[in-house]
Design a protein around this ligand. Sequence first.
Ligand SMILES: Cc1cc2nc3c(=O)[nH]c(=O)nc-3n(C[C@H](O)[C@H](O)[C@H](O)COP(=O)(O)O)c2cc1C
Ligand SMILES: [Mn+2]
Length: 472
Amino acid sequence: MPYDSFQHYIETLEKNGCVKWIEKEVDKDWEITSVARNYFRKTKESERCALGFRNVKGSDIPVVLGAIGASRKVYGLAIETDPGFNSIKETLSGALANPIDPVVVDSGPCKDVILTGDEVDLHRFPIPTWTPEKDPAPFLTAPCLFTQHAETGVGNIGTYRMEIKAKNETGVLWDLPSQHGAVHYASWEKRNQPMPMAVVIGADPTIIMSSVSKVPLGVDEICIAGGLRGKPVEVVKCETCDIYVPATSEIVLEGVVLPGESVVEGPFGEYTGYMGGPYMMPKFYVKCITHRKKPVYHALFSQMPPSESSLMRQLPEEANVYQHLTGYLKIPGIKDVHLPEAGGSYSICWISMKTAFPGHVQQVMSAAWTHHPTFAKWIVVTDDDVDIRDPFVREWILAFRVEPEKDITFMPNTAPILLDPSSDPPEVPLWDRRSSKVLIDATQNWEYPEIALPPQKYLDQAADQWEKYELD
Ligand SMILES: Cc1cc2nc3c(=O)[nH]c(=O)nc-3n(C[C@H](O)[C@H](O)[C@H](O)COP(=O)(O)O)c2cc1C
Ligand SMILES: [Mn+2]
């Protein structure tokens, strides 16, 4: 059953014990991020919940973060599927293969309150500051930017962070010219016309799920959201432009991005765990705000991993790499692909496999990064008996299944991970930076001695009668 709205989804999270509400009054500019940081560090991924701050100083609007990616369980509830490799891949590719067009409705709760002119004031909302004293301002971290291509009229939804610059102005960071928001903006710039844009904050989770997914340019993510929920998204026309947004959205900002303008954006605490930016980016001018009578403010929690953002990247990206190796390249023997969150779910890639022929491991090590030129700086391939999701086991494998000189290959002069501060000093322009990759063969290249553990039958027997030993 698809969710009707963000608040309907939050109710489902509550029923599943996946939200923790914080009743204590909190400050949005240092405390929300600091509470979330401590919580993500202290709480095992499997036990993490979304956090709801009901009492934000100076506001009667609650802030919810972690609602999409606090844990695998939460992520699974958001796309209503089991959060394993195959089901994530099948759910996303199923939506891409079976998009469903939206239906237009006359009105909806997102029009409960309509603010124009002087009433347009972003400070009405409890927008947090995420890296206090380092970010220049609060940032929208879960905005879904609705735009249309100037020539074709085809729509796009993309999530690109937005810096609050004034009561009716924000920055916007589409971080590559290939991001579809940037492609649309270029099409309006070519005509020297302002680009109309609507920003949705808080909607049925299929909207943000499709907004952060890379689907081909020209495919409107609103239809992918329809495919994901198995039912059309009901949309309403914006007050000030011809863009249609989900009728049950919590908050909608309507406005324009002017051609030829570029101002300083950022810096911002990034998913690598370092500050990123500043960049020169255009500005969004808000002309109208519409919202529910009692909206909930939705944020995604990012910065230093582990975070909601590193989990949201990890799950689809692991599925993509697995699919790349086994589906497209048809490489046999691949058991698991894991992108540890410490690497921002991008820089470090572990693969376990059953070696079947000479050169098989080398094929996998090279193939993994052809998934994307910037993908993964550390690629480690090990045997199928290894649990690559256990950090202790990973270190043990590096300790005793790798002979550095024989097993490590460097791949020089590759495209860097964009925000990786180690690739080159900051004075080197972004597009001149180069990095390298390390391919590590951590498989047993000959028969190893037996593992120094008691036979499994004894370990199991002891585990089965654990209570007898009175150790817990
Ligand atoms: C938590 C999170 C934050 C993101 N922030 C940005 C951002 O600030 N700028 C950007 O260009 N992409 C960002 N992305 C990635 C885009 O949302 C993603 O590339 C998406 O495919 C963009 O839509 P598009 O494919 O229609 O361009 C972010 C993704 C996530 C999960
Ligand atoms: Mn797109």
